[in-house]
Design a protein around this ligand. Structure first.
Ligand code: MG
Ligand code: MG
Length: 254
């Protein structure tokens, strides 16, 4: 989406604030023995309590054979993204990491954000993976200036993750957002500066570095949604919706 007026801009900013509040509440609930389904139920309840709509529930992404059955994506350890929280019992254990990916629609504006959260104490390498991936998101955001290109974001993300000794997942990446859950342009987490679409003021983008501590190959589970690393290595994911403004990117979902 390209924001063209102050009403849209105000709605976008409010949508992002609301999503950030829900995601923070979910993060605080991540403790050993909570189930993915409890987090999903809470996400839906908190979104609807404010009069908004969960935008992943019932959404069929391109290439999927059925609508997504939940509000929240809960991806544990080697699950990369799109883990389904409510079709089997998934209990979080101490030492796990859990990706929480959530979107909502407020006044017709769609926003999307994700965090990866440690469950209790986690190992040092995993902790470094989370830090590097979160830093990569910050670097991608810092590169998202008008006049730059998608490739500048991609390069900044890739650099940060690979410099820390990890790998980016190449099949998945960021995207335009705002009117729909997924819009053009696709934003790879690897690339070269100056390549790809030009960034212009008003663009609304979801940046989402997705990384692994092992090999970058992934597989899709039989549920049609859950991506896992092929070698069972752990994967991290952080995402913000941003708005490109004259002086640089504004983070909408914080
Ligand atoms: Mg997301
Ligand atoms: Mg997204």
């Amino acid at each position: 989406m390209i924001i063209t007026n102050n009403t849209e801009r105000g709605n976008l900013i409010e949508a992002g604030k609301r999503l950030a509040v829900v995601l923070r509440a979910l993060k605080a609930k991540v403790v050993p023995n909570i189930t993915a389904e409890e987090l999903d139920d809470l996400a839906e309840e908190l979104i609807r309590a404010k009069g908004d709509e969960p935008c992943f529930l019932g959404y069929t992404p391109e290439g999927a054979s059925r609508p997504y059955p939940a509000t929240l994506c809960v991806s544990i350890n080697d699950e990369v993204v799109h883990g389904i929280p409510n079709e089997s019992v998934k209990v979080l254990k101490k030492g796990d990491i859990v990706g929480l990916d959530l979107g909502l629609t407020h006044n017709d504006i769609v926003v999307d954000s994700a965090i990866t959260v440690p469950v209790g104490e986690i190992g040092q390498e995993v902790s470094l993976l989370l830090d590097a991936t979160e830093r990569a998101l910050a670097k991608g955001i810092a590169a998202a200036n008008p006049g730059k290109h998608i490739g500048d974001i991609s390069y900044a993300i890739q650099e940060e993750i690979e410099h820390a000794g990890f790998k980016v997942i190449r099949e998945l990446g960021g995207h335009g957002v705002g009117n729909l859950v997924h819009e053009e342009p696709f934003i790879p987490n690897f690339g070269r500066p100056g390549e790809g679409e030009l960034l212009v003021e008003g663009m609304v983008l979801a940046l989402e570095p997705i990384s692994t501590a092992g090999k970058a190959a992934i597989t899709l589970a039989a549920d049609g949604y859950t991506f896992r690393t092929k070698d069972g290595s752990r994967s991290a994911h952080f995402e913000h919706t941003i708005l490109i403004e004259r002086r640089g990117a504004r983070i909408i979902t914080q």
